[in-house]
Design a protein around this ligand. Sequence first.
Ligand code: UDP
Ligand code: MG
Length: 322
Amino acid sequence: MEETTLPATDKLTVTVIAPVHNEEPVLHLLYERVSAVLESMGEPWELILVDDGSRDKSAEIINELHARDPRVRGLSFSRNFGFQVAVSAGLDMARGDAVILIDADLQDPPEVIPDMIAKWREGYDVVYGIRATREGETWFKKGTAKAFYRIIDRITGIDIPLDTGDFRLMDRRVVEAIKRMPERNRFLRGMVPWVGYRQTGVQYHRAARVAGSSKFTSVRQMGPFAVNAITSFSYFPLQIATYLGFLIAGISLLAIIAVIILRLMTPGGQLLGQATTLVAVLFLGGVQLISLGIIGEYLGRIYDEVKQRPLYLVQQKWDDET
Ligand code: UDP
Ligand code: MG
């Protein structure tokens, strides 16, 4: 490392973490743009690339980048463990006083990092990237994202800033707090606001991917993400069963009274036929199945936690010692 006379604050290190899943075409460019930005700030830095079970040449490229520049560190998983776990592994490895999460596909421009660092120096512990605009994404993705954050906000009471993604800066003490949260079903966008401290945001324009394709497009991929977000931070779905129970019991009580009165007032007359009974039974059956399903969802999560399996398994590590 070069010997220069640096002000005292420059002893602090900046860590940039990018999760990588089949991102072979973008990794060189990612390294170039991130290093250019950090170099221009004159801060000691490191770039951590977590290969989340890529099936392309991503791991080889990380290996190559590490050989060329030891400030590129990282590891590769034994298989695909998912975005949330990849980021968590990066946090475990990070040494910086400020840690920045960024998507490998360069949708989050590294050029925003100096703004984030400036806010951090002002004393903020979390600096969100707020998407002022989003390019190259379908109306479906934008629409569902918008609805999703509004629903989460209402149900969980965790105040997730609107229009933020995972692009953000975190102070060391926030990172330490996250590392103490051992849950297996992780939802970082909720965990970071939960930690608290001083949080703020900087606006940026979300670009289109420079290459490769999005891994989160279908309902099949986004559905579990949404369920995770809600169940990790709220009991509300469990309470729905209770509310519905009270509502239906109340209505039924009124209906019973009505039936008795009608029966007494129509001498010898038959009340309406089987259909009413059938509909009522089917409706209640449906409500009970849904309620059971919700309980099952939480039970499954408790099971996941109780097993205490490791969050991820490492296949290869690119670090100083190796
Ligand atoms: N990613 C990952 N593991 C996965 C899926 C995605 O590490 O199982 C990474 C991916 O390489 C990228 C980031 O997560 O760096 C965001 O993924 P993507 O760009 O596909 O999502 P989008 O921007 O479309 O929401
Ligand atoms: Mg992307």
